[in-house]
Design a protein. Structure first.
Length: 415
C-alpha cells in the first residue's frame, strides 16, 4: 500500500486496539483494514490488541486490565500512540489519555486524515475540513494534550497540509463559514440535478467498496481520466461522464467516493450531497473486488451504506471485478440482492459487453414501447427518441414516419 506522506519526520509508531463484542473474524478483519489505513496515513503498526467484552467500555473503551496491558506494551515497544478501531467519545479519549500518557487516536481520525490529503477540488477540501473540525470541536479537551504531544502527525493536518485550528472559538467560526459554503454548494448541486432530471437522461451511479475498481471502470468506458490507483480512497470528488450505448442511447455514469467499514458519520454528513448521487440515479452499478478475501463483508457494507443514504428500491447491477486475480471457485461469488450479476475484469476489458447488455435491459424495462406515425412536421421528435430512448425502426409512409421505439415515460408524454 502506497504511503501518503513523504516522511521527513519519523513515521508514528502505533498500537492498534479493538474490542470484540461478538464476531471475532469481523474484529480481526476490521483491525487489518485499520492497519492499512494507518499505513496510508503514514503510520506504522507495532502491535494489535483485542479485548473480548460484552460491549465497548463506556468511559475507557477497554477495561482496566487491558489498559494496564496496553500501557506496558506501549512502553516496551516505544509506541507514541494508540489507534482504537471505533470512534471514541470525548470522555473515552480523555480517560485513555490520562491513563496511558500517549497520543490517543481512533479510526475516524485516521480516515479523516487520509481524506484531507486526498481532497483535490475546492468542494472536497471544504467538505473534509468541515468533517475534521466537527470531529475536533467536540473532543477538544481530551485531544488537546494528545495533539500537542507531538505537535504534528496524523490528525493534525487539514486539506492542503494546513494545520488544523486548535482554538475553540476559531474552530467554531471556521465551522460556521465552511457550513455556509457547503450549503451553497449543495444548492448548486440540487440545481444541476434538477436540470438533469428535466432531461430524462438515464443515470448510473457507480458504487462500491474503496479500491474495487470503480474509477478504472469509468476511465475504461469513457476516457474520463479519473485518478485510479491502488490506494484507499483514491477518489473523493464525484465525476459524471456521458456514454453512448450500442443502441445509440446516451447515459450518464457517476463515480464517487468509495465505501468502507464504519464510515465516519461526520464525513457522511459533510459529503452528503456527493454521496447522494447514488440516491438520485436510475440504477446502481455495484463494483466489487472478487480477489479481496473479505468480499462478503464488503458487499454487506455497500448495501448497508446505500440504505443509510436512502438509495433503495433501485435496480442493482453487480460487477464482480478483478476476475483476472480471482483464483477460487466462481460459485462463492454471490450477491443475492443484485438484479444482475456480471463477472469480469475491467483491466482486461472483460465483461463490459455483458455489463452494457444489463444496462440496456434495465433501461428497456423502465421504458415504454411505442408504435406510432409521427407527422413530417413533428420529425424533430425522432431526435428526442434517438437521444433518450431506443429507436428500433423508422419507416417513411404517406402520413409521416412510422416508428417503433422504447422511450422513457417523460418522452412518451411529449410524443
Ligand atoms: N487485477 C486487476 N486490478 C484492477 C482491475 N480493475 C481495477 N484494478 C486496480 O485496482 C486498483 C483500484 O482501482 P480504482 O479504480 O482506483 O478503484 P476505486 O474503486 O475507484 O477506488 P477508490 O476511489 O479508492 O474508492 C487500481 O490499482 C486498479 O488498477 C481488474 O480488473 N483487475
Ligand atoms: Mg476511485
Amino acid at each position: 500500500m502506497e504511503k501518503l506522506y513523504d516522511m521527513k519526520e519519523e513515521p508514528e509508531k502505533l498500537i492498534l486496539v479493538g474490542v470484540c463484542t461478538g464476531d471475532e473474524e469481523e474484529t480481526y478483519e476490521s483491525l487489518d483494514e485499520l492497519e492499512e489505513l494507518v499505513e496510508t496515513a503514514g503510520g506504522i503498526t507495532l502491535a494489535k490488541v483485542v479485548q473480548n467484552r460484552e460491549k465497548i467500555h463506556n468511559v475507557t473503551y477497554v477495561g482496566k486490565g487491558k489498559m494496564d496491558e496496553i500501557r506496558e506494551l506501549a512502553e516496551n515497544m516505544e509506541a507514541i500512540g494508540i489507534v482504537c478501531d471505533d470512534e471514541l467519545s470525548p470522555v473515552q479519549i480523555k480517560n485513555l489519555e490520562d491513563a496511558l500518557n500517549v497520543k490517543i487516536m481512533d479510526r475516524t481520525l485516521v480516515i479523516l486524515d487520509i481524506f484531507a490529503k486526498r481532497a483535490k477540488t475546492s468542494e472536497g477540501k471544504i467538505q473534509v475540513e468541515l468533517a475534521q473540525l466537527k470531529y475536533r470541536s467536540s473532543r477538544l479537551v481530551g485531544l488537546r494534550s494528545s495533539l500537542s504531544r507531538l505537535g504534528g502527525g496524523i490528525g493534525t493536518r487539514g486539506p492542503g497540509e494546513k494545520k488544523l485550528e486548535i482554538d475553540r472559538r476559531l474552530i467554531n467560526d471556521r465551522i460556521a463559514a465552511l457550513r455556509k459554503e457547503v450549503n451553497e454548494l449543495e444548492s448548486q448541486r440540487d440545481f444541476a440535478r434538477n436540470q438533469r432530471s428535466k432531461n430524462p437522461i438515464f443515470t448510473i451511479a457507480i458504487v462500491g467498496y474503496t479500491n474495487a475498481g470503480k474509477s478504472t471502470l469509468l476511465n475504461t468506458l469513457t476516457d474520463a481520466n479519473v485518478l485510479s490507483e491502488d490506494k484507499l480512497f483514491a477518489t473523493l470528488d464525484p465525476v459524471t461522464r456521458s456514454y453512448k450505448l450500442d443502441s445509440g442511447q446516451e447515459v450518464l455514469f457517476t463515480d464517487t467516493v468509495g465505501f468502507i467499514r464504519k464510515l465516519p458519520h461526520n464525513l457522511i454528513d459533510a459529503f452528503k450531497s456527493t454521496l447522494e448521487e447514488a440516491k438520485y440515479a436510475d440504477v446502481i452499478l455495484h463494483v466489487a473486488d472478487s480477489s479481496n478475501p473479505h468480499l462478503d463483508t464488503h458487499i454487506d457494507i455497500v448495501y448497508k451504506t446505500l440504505k443509510d443514504l436512502g438509495a433503495v428500491d433501485k435496480p442493482v447491477i453487480t460487477l464482480f471485478n478483478k476476475m483476472d486475480k480471482f483464483t477460487g471457485d466462481k460459485s462463492v461469488l454471490k450477491d443475492e440482492k443484485a438484479d444482475y450479476v456480471i463477472y469480469g475484469s475491467v483491466r482486461n476489458e472483460e465483461g463490459l459487453d455483458e455489463l452494457e447488455d444489463a444496462i440496456e435491459d434495465v433501461i428497456n424495462k423502465q421504458n415504454v414501447y411505442v408504435e406510432k406515425v409521427i407527422s413530417y412536421a413533428d420529425a424533430g421528435k425522432i431526435q428526442l427518441i434517438r437521444k433518450y430512448g431506443q429507436l428500433l425502426s423508422e419507416e417513411y409512409v404517406a402520413e409521416g414516419i412510422e416508428i417503433k421505439a422504447y422511450v422513457p415515460n417523460e418522452i412518451f408524454g411529449r410524443i
